[in-house]
Design a protein around this ligand. Structure first.
Ligand code: S3P
Length: 170
């Protein structure tokens, strides 16, 4: 069974779009953790946050990550808060390689500003919140096995760079 490739990183760093390209290029199945949760719960992430609160979302996220990590041959894309729980990072590492995607706060803001799907950015000062949250999460993302900057790059370019680095896994 081939090892998984897991993508972690802040909201708006391109995990979903890079994940799609990676899955296609490597013939792995794409497992998008947020999407798995939405399908299982039959409701949107924003609704889970609003109706049951963030702790419930984190519990569902943890279950979905444990499940996805134990299978193989997948590209797993995670939500931006997933690896702030060390057990999630551990599960992802046990099942494969963990790749962090990065972008500057300005790029992130540009990519997420028109989306209503991210409850944590439903605040008055979005650029300030992005900077604050990114700094507080940086130490967690830094624990990934490999790191790639996505500013000014297409999903396809980033996927190509990742595959070059992970040749043995491709
Ligand atoms: C979150 C990021 C979101 C989603 C949820 C919480 C976070 O995923 O999991 O809204 O804590 O950063 P994306 O990183 O795909 O936006």
């Amino acid at each position: 069974m081939r090892r998984n490739i897991a993508l972690v990183g802040f909201m708006g760093t391109g995990k979903s779009s890079v994940g799609k390209v990676l899955a296609k290029k490597t013939g792995r199945k794409l497992v998008d953790i947020d999407r798995e949760i939405e399908v299982a719960e039959k409701r949107k992430i924003a609704e889970i946050f609003a109706q049951d609160g963030e702790p419930r979302f984190r519990a569902l996220e943890k279950e979905a990550i444990a499940r996805a990590s134990s299978g193989g041959n997948a590209v797993i894309t995670t939500g931006g808060g997933a690896v702030t729980d060390p057990a999630n990072l551990e599960a992802l590492k046990a099942g494969g390689v963990v790749v962090a995607l990065w972008a500057t706060p300005e790029t992130i803001h540009r990519r997420v500003k028109d989306s209503k799907a991210r409850p944590l950015l439903n605040v008055a000062d979005v650029p300030g919140e992005i900077r604050r949250l990114l700094e507080s999460r940086r130490p967690f993302y830094e624990k990934a096995d490999h790191h790639f900057h996505t500013d000014g790059r297409t999903a396809s370019q980033v996927a190509g760079m990742i595959l070059e680095k992970l040749r043995d896994l491709a």
